[in-house]
Design a protein around this ligand. Structure first.
Ligand code: BTN
Length: 259
């Protein structure tokens, strides 16, 4: 495939492999021109016991998936987004706050003013720049995690998006897909490995600095209305309601809108 600028894409596969293999024994890097979904593929592999650490990048996804069963549009002739999944094992079973820590890592790698919309969106000036879809399979006493990341690189040509889009070119026109991948991947692996030891708590204050919902009036999918009041040490969203502070686990409820 050619990039959004019309040139052949030169992915930094070898460099990433060399950089990350010391931290992820058995690591491999795969770049595919097309697949249904990088998350679906790594989950399929995990279910048949293929659980070595891997980075799977797809230039095109024919059935990209977002959270809550939504589609992630990435079936274009030219590269408009970066779509990849990182598969790796984690000894920790409690994954509360992991999507927030992952979002924080991506945001920190990309721009000081990039915000995070709980629980898994990267926001730029009140528009969605990217999202995270984390899935996992239990393997004996540990989990195999599939951390899927989709980032818009250029203005998406998809109509009818639920949320207005932002794109990486707005942050820095020099950042193309290989450059973004090279910039975010090593910090992402470090974050996931630190999370394995310490969970979300060490990231709480950094998250609050990038919290796109802070102070906003919210309506949640369970009907609750209230004002966003940050996140707790496990990454649950805190919402000030007329009857007190409610803590919202991402598994239970989603933010439907700002009211
Ligand atoms: C969301 O915003 O709801 C999450 C979007 C996650 C999209 C990425 S693209 C790479 C990986 N493969 C998928 O099918 N989904 C994730």
């Amino acid at each position: 495939m050619v990039s959004e600028k019309g040139s052949i894409i030169h992915w930094p596969a070898e460099t990433l492999w060399q950089e990350l293999s010391p931290y992820l024994p058995g690591f491999s890097v795969e770049i595919l021109p097309s697949i249904d979904s990088t998350n679906t593929e790594l989950m399929r592999r995990a279910r048949i016991g293929q659980t070595d650490p891997v980075l799977l990048v797809a230039e095109r996804q024919t059935a990209g998936r977002g959270r809550l069963g939504r589609p992630w549009h990435s079936d274009h002739k030219q590269l408009q987004g970066l779509t990849f999944s990182l598969g790796l094992s984690m000894g920790r079973l409690d994954l509360s706050g992991l999507s927030l820590a992952v979002g924080l890592s991506l945001a920190s790698s990309l721009h000081p003013d990039l915000k995070l919309k709980w629980p898994n969106d990267l926001w730029w000036q009140n528009r969605k720049l990217g999202g995270i879809l984390i899935e996992s399979v239990s393997v004996l006493e540990s989990r195999y995690l599939v951390i899927g990341v989709g980032l818009n690189l250029t203005q998406p040509d998809v109509s009818g998006l639920r949320t207005p889009a932002a794109w990486v070119e707005e942050l820095d026109p020099a950042l193309d897909a290989p450059a973004v991948l090279a910039r975010v991947l090593a910090p992402l692996v470090q974050t996931v490995q630190a999370f394995e030891d310490q969970g979300f708590a060490p990231y709480q204050s950094a998250f609050l600095k990038r919290d796109a919902l802070a102070g906003r009036e919210l309506r949640l999918s369970d009907g609750t209305r209230g004002r966003a009041a940050g996140v707790d040490a496990r990454g649950a969203l805190l919402v000030q309601t007329p009857t007190g502070v409610k803590s919202i686990d991402s598994a239970e409820v989603s933010v439907v809108s700002n009211v």
